[in-house]
Every structure is written in structure tokens, then in C-alpha cells.
Design a protein around this ligand. Sequence first.
Ligand code: SAH
Ligand code: SF4
Length: 368
Amino acid sequence: MTDERVNLLDFDRQGLTDYMVSLGEKPYRARQLLQWIYQRGVTAFDDMTDLSKVSRAKLAEQTVISLPEVALEQVSSDGTVKWLFRMHDGNSIETVYIPEAERGTLCVSSQVGCALDCSFCATGRQGFNRNLTTGEIIVQVFMAVNRLAVLPKCQDQRVTNVVMMGMGEPLANLGALVPSLNLMMDDLAYGLSKRRVTVSTSGIVPAMDRLTDRVDVSLAVSLHAPNDALRDQLVPINIKYPISELMAACQRYVSGDRKKHVLFEYVMLQGVNDLPEHAHELVGLLRDFPAKVNLIPFNPFPQSGYKRSSNNAIRRFSTILTDAGVLTLRRTTRGDDIDAACGQLAGDIEDKSRRHVRFIEPRFGEQL
Ligand code: SAH
Ligand code: SF4
């Protein structure tokens, strides 16, 4: 039976305030609720001691704080943690925590599957099933924070950064994404700074502008190729929004703020996009732009048809960029023993009506 009650995790501060007022409650109840849920991890209304008995009863009757089932929780030898969360409709999604010396990054999913069908991505291979709700996005942070606090050997680990680099294309789900980003950055919830919350997109140009209009976060763009002919093959949304339009959108994102930059992700595929000529072409594209390039060694999955570039090829590529003054990072592979790396995430899709849509018109509609 489906639960008709309202999920309180679906609201950011403004939404929750409006909702509480609609229940006949005082607006400040929203502040109390946010702190109970996100800062103290409390989900039982009876434990929320500064709410009146009447308010608690009303909330219990009309609302829920909907948590997924932990279908899988794996801790890698390097401390990376991967969760598979099963939601109420039986679909499951992955969330990954990556500890580093100075920070702890949580990689969060935005959709069940993905419609964009990039040729090197396991999530794309799986097809698209549905968008996540705001509650299903933010609950991944909630679950990670609360599970890390009780997992042996993880108690000192903190979520200091969130990257929307799990399953799905976040900008194809902007309506649900934005309130979840607001919660990540709200001082009454997780209080992360905008530099520590990153949205990664394959380049849905109109949605990039809409994102910037609505919320100020860091932007990562999955470039993966320095020219349209190659990018059309790897990232098919490029056929609709080619590199020139993508770069113009990046320019609009950074314009007027000298501190802003775009992180360009570039997956290293042996013999496909990792040759010196590709590096030189990339320099031409990014030279005058406030860019950081993140070279990601390809993470293989069965029947992908691609191979990871050799360390030498990655080093050669990186040197060409760096020598030309393009800031370049090389992502180290983490969580190898538990398949927790980028592009390897593929939850279980329950609804078999999943579909592949190669050149979709992202279904903005009412989402925006
Ligand atoms: N849909 C968004 C965010 C999720 S994917 C996007 O495409 O940006 C997060 C990152 O992982 C993207 O840069 C994506 O291109 C990359 N990725 C996908 N499959 C990969 C693989 N098999 N190996 C390495 N990186 C991969
Ligand atoms: Fe979707 Fe991103 Fe995978 Fe492309 S790389 S299929 S946009 S999740």
C-alpha cells in the first residue's frame, strides 16, 4: 500500500515553512524540524521534545520522514563506503563516500538510471527509469552521515563535500535537485559552503542556465572530448548541445565572478580520446577559460568495449595540459574492490519498462 502522507524530506526551508503554515503551525516549527532531522538525525516525532504534543500528533498523522532500506553497505579497504539504498517502489540507487586526508566526499545520485546513454557509462547502459524526489536525494546525505557515525572504523569520518556524480543526470531533474542543494547548504541542515557542493552535468545547456538562476553551487562539466565529432560519439547529448554552446554556457556561469571556475571531467579511454593531439585540441578549447581539468581513469564494466588509458598515456596527456597552463588533476581510483567508482554505479531497476532514449529532450516541463 502506498503511503499518502507527505514526506518532510521533500521540503527545503522555504517549502517546509509554507507547509507548516498550511497545517496551522507557526513558521518557526520548520526551523525546529530541520534541526531535529538533519543536525541531530532524529526522525521520531515523539523525540522532538520542543514540539507541542498536539503538533507531534498532527505531524505523525499527516507526514513521514521517509528513509530507504539499506540493501547493501560495503566498506572498501581504502575506507570508501558504498551503499545501495532500496526505495519504497523497489528501485535502488547507489551512494558512495570517499574519505581523503582533508575531506570526505559523498557522491550522490539524482535519478534511477539515466537517459543520456553516454557510451562509456554503466548507469547509461542501464537505461532510465525515473527521477528521484528531493527527499530521495537529500536522504542519501542523511543516511551517509548517520551510518558513518555508527560504522566501526568510520566514526571519525565526516561528509564535508557533496558531488552530484552518482547515478543519473542531475540537470534533467532540476525541480527536485534544487531544494536538495538548498538543504545541503542550509545552516539549519548540513551547512556546506557552495564551494563544497558540486553539480556535475553532461551538458544540458538550457538547464545549466536555469540552475545558475536558482542556486549558487560549483559546476562540473563532463567534457570527455575536445571536438564535436568525438564528443557526439561519447556523450550523445552533444548532438543537441555542441561544444560551442556548452562553452558559452560555462562562460555565462563564471561571468561576473572572478573566483568561479568550471571543473571539466575527462574520462581517459585508451586510444579513443587520450592521444597527444586530443590534449593539444583541449588546450585550444580551455586556454583562456577559468578551468580545472580532472582526468578520470576509465572504470571498466562488463561489455563496455573500452579500455582504461595506460598510466603513461595519462601522464603524457596531463603534461601537455599543464605545460600550456591548464590546471590539471588526476583522479585516483578509489573503492576498486567494491566497484564504487564513477560510472560503475548501477542500482537495481525494478520497473522493467526502462527505456533508452538517445537524444532526449529532457523532460523539464513542470519540473522547472
Ligand atoms: N550525469 C552526470 C553526473 C553523473 S556521472 C554527468 O555525466 O556528469 C559522474 C562522472 O562519471 C561523469 O563525469 C561521467 O562522465 C563519469 N563516468 C561515467 N562512466 C564512467 C566510467 N565508466 N569511468 C569513469 N568515469 C565515468
Ligand atoms: Fe548519464 Fe552521466 Fe552516465 Fe552520461 S555519464 S549516461 S549523463 S550518468
